[in-house]
Design a protein around this ligand. Structure first.
Ligand code: ADP
Ligand code: MG
Length: 239
């Protein structure tokens, strides 16, 4: 996969980083609880793109992001990540891909409440087997990059919402992921703190991280290079 990666940066006509073909997602069983959250969804995202996903509540945006992030599997269809068919990967392999390639930022921050900022940011590196000393050093650098070097020992409850989301951004980027996925990352923040988070995401994009961001805010979507509109589990037009 490392070789594919190097090639896809340089070879014209190389496969997209993300390619979905005929993706369906059904929640629940055949009974009344059955929800078709995604249907007949085709999408290709090239390495280095910054795409925003917009659409009404319930249109399947988060479901799509979970599938892109290998947090969930589609019910049908094919998801090729860097040319590799993810349906052929075991759950264990899928979580390794997720840990190595993909960073997440969620609306509700989703930090571990009993752990310090530093511990929260170290965790993905420890999962990956990075020894504690370099993990600590990289986590400190990631927190310094979001201007939180003075808050290493604070727990989430001792931080403002804006600071918590900056910790979450540091936790996502400390892995040096290929892909950053963000689900309404500014949704719980005031405009100044939201702007700080967007700037960090834009910086990551300038460093060639591929970004997919869900938002309901047209001004946020306007900052992406491409806007994908969802409705009733489908992308509105060929994107
Ligand atoms: P959005 O993020 O655009 O608001 P979601 O992807 O969260 O939409 O949801 C799409 C549809 O799937 C909705 O109808 C929602 O109720 C349903 N849904 C989402 N997650 C689940 C789940 N875990 N179990 C059952 N239904 C779900
Ligand atoms: Mg959602």
């Amino acid at each position: 996969m490392k070789e594919d990666e190097a090639n896809s940066k340089t070879v014209a006509g190389s496969p997209p980083l993300i390619e979905l073909r005929g993706i369906e997602k059904v929640y629940g069983d055949g009974g009344t609880a059955r929800v078709q959250a995604l249907q007949a969804l085709d999408l290709a995202i090239r390495r280095g793109e910054f795409a925003a996903i917009v659409g009404p509540s319930g249109s399947g945006k988060s479901t799509l992001l979970h599938i892109l992030g290998c947090l969930d599997r589609p019910t049908a269809g094919t998801y090729l990540l860097a040319g590799q068919d993810t349906s052929r990967l075991s759950d264990r392999e899928l979580s390794a891909v997720r840990n190595r390639r993909i960073g997440f930022v969620f609306q509700a921050f989703q930090l571990l409440s009993d752990s310090t900022a530093l511990e929260n940011v170290m965790l993905p590196l420890l999962y990956r087997g990075v020894p504690a000393v370099p993990a600590r050093q990289r986590a400190k650098e990631a927190l310094a990059a979001v201007a939180l070097e003075e808050r290493l020992g604070h727990r989430p409850g001792q931080l403002s919402g804006g600071e918590q989301q900056r910790v979450a951004v540091a936790r996502a980027l400390v892995k040096r992921p290929d892909i950053l996925l963000a689900d309404e990352p500014t949704g719980n923040l005031d405009s100044a703190n939201g702007e700080a988070i967007l700037k960090l995401i834009e910086e990551a994009h300038r460093r060639e991280v591929t970004v997919v961001l869900i938002t309901h805010d047209p001004q946020v979507a306007a900052r992406a290079g491409r806007v994908l509109r969802m409705k009733d589990g489908r992308l509105e037009k060929k994107c």
